[in-house]
Design a protein around this ligand. Structure first.
Ligand SMILES: *Cc1c(COP(=O)(O)O)cnc(C)c1O
Length: 423
């Protein structure tokens, strides 16, 4: 059973200062999980997690992860700038971008970050943007075809826009070696949100075998292999969570089977996890403000898809707990809706929940990654605040809620403030 990391009493207290809706993060859970990840891969001396900033671009959370050794995986100018401002620079930055504008390559190099090329044509793009090729370079690999896990879950690399073919990655390594690059990395992201302990070991086998062939045939020094993101979380209460220790051991076994015998026992392993690092440790807290009985039973809440888009755009399941009714029977069936003029703006459809009364607080689980960050302003909806529930039980505002002034800031050419009569 899924339990929120906050109680109704705590939320009632917090809501006196910070009105709903808001995202709240659990510092204790974040720290325990980061520690467990590093322990699971402690057998690999160079191991490093580059937190996928796009999942939750909040400097306070990035700083907590940085304490455990995490760097940042960036893919835009804003993410590079945010990492810099957070004090995470140099080789603590992995720039795994695609369709990259030249000024972003240049900025990454200024910060001393590692450029992970999505395409072979980007060798020239980097040379012309930066003026040279950095000594360390990485390439993203796409084996094509389909990638099938034994539980039947598959993803479709052959249909994905990312990465280079095998032939291209060999060619890219040869060209870059010739041009003076000394240390090489390989990266791949073949399946998303995998809730099985075998994804990383399977991916590791593909990448380790490729690394051995690349090293043999091109003579380059493979310094690191980046297993990227894709370790998932159990959004549904009946799913079993990944065990990061089992995953770490699974990868170790493949490492010892493939890399060590090839004399490559010094290769560092990197990850770029986003969802796994923060997903379960963030919730969206919202309040029931309307109920509607038509052909279905609707509960309208004060959050909407602008605060958490995954249900609207992917039909994703997010578990909901009605705070204070954790143990009440789920004997009602509701659609839980936001206020966007879009019928997809539903946090839950036909969901069995306890009876919801107006004013009840709903905790929408697993919103800690790809939650607030995906937010948008459609319908003029303002993005909510982000709060950190600290280990000592106190609450820290780590991003304030947007105001109408924020929303209208880009209309300064219209001077909207002067035209308002009633505000
Ligand atoms: C989104 C992304 C990640 C993180 O993915 P998760 O599913 O959050 O683990 C890592 N690397 C790259 C390049 C990404 O685009």
């Amino acid at each position: 059973m899924k339990r929120p990391f906050v109680t109704k009493e705590q939320i009632e207290e917090i809501a006196k200062t910070y009105p709903t809706p808001f995202h709240i993060y659990d510092e204790k859970g974040i720290r325990e999980n980061a520690r467990a990840l590093y322990e699971a891969f402690s057998w690999n001396p160079g191991f490093k997690e580059y937190f996928a900033v796009k999942a939750t671009p909040n400097p306070f959370l990035m700083q907590i992860l940085h304490e455990y050794g995490c760097g940042c995986d960036c893919s835009s100018m804003a993410e590079l700038v945010l990492s810099e401002a957070t004090g995470i620079t140099g080789q603590d930055i992995m720039f795994s971008s695609n369709d990259t504008p030249p000024e972003e390559f240049a900025y990454c190099e200024k910060l001393g970050g590692i450029i992970n090329l999505d395409d072979i044509t980007h060798i020239e793009a980097v040379e012309s943007a930066v003026g040279y090729l950095p000594k360390t370079m990485s390439c993203r690999y796409n084996p094509g075809g389909v990638f099938v896990l034994s539980n039947g879950i598959m993803d479709n690399p052959g249909d994905s826009k990312y990465g280079m073919t095998e032939a291209q990655i060999f060619e890219a390594f040869r060209i870059m070696k010739e041009k003076g690059v000394e240390h090489f990395g390989i990266h791949a992201f073949l399946a998303s949100n995998t809730v099985t302990n075998e994804y990383y070991p399977m991916l590791a086998k593909v990448l380790f075998e490729l690394a051995v062939r690349l090293a043999k045939e091109t003579g380059v020094h493979v310094a690191f292999i980046n297993l990227s993101g894709g370790i998932g979380i159990p959004y549904r209460p009946d799913q079993e969570a990944n065990d990061i220790r089992v995953i770490g051991e699974g990868v170790r076994k493949v490492y010892e089977e493939v890399l060590v015998p090839a004399g490559m026992g010094d290769v560092a392993l990197y990850t770029e996890l986003g969802r796994f690092m923060l997903g379960p440790y963030g919730g969206l807290v919202t309040r029931a403000i309307n109920e509607k009985h038509t052909y279905k039973e609707y509960i309208g809440v004060d959050a909407c898809a602008a605060n958490l888009m995954r249900p609207a755009i992917y039909g994703a399941y997010h578990h909901i707990t009605v705070l204070g009714k954790e143990d009440a029977p789920c004997d009602h069936v509701y659609d839980v809706t936001g206020s966007l003029c879009e019928n997809c703006d539903k946090f839950a459809v036909d969901r069995k929940l306890p009876k919801i009364d107006m004013g009840d607080y709903l905790f929408i689980h697993d919103a800690g990654a790809h939650g607030h960050s995906m937010g948008y302003n459609y319908n003029g909806k303002l993005r909510s605040a982000e709060l950190l529930l600290k280990e000592d039980g106190s609450v820290q505002l780590i991003r304030r809620a947007e105001t109408l002034n924020d929303y209208f800031a880009t209309l300064d050419c219209f001077d909207i403030g002067k035209k308002l009569i009633h505000r």
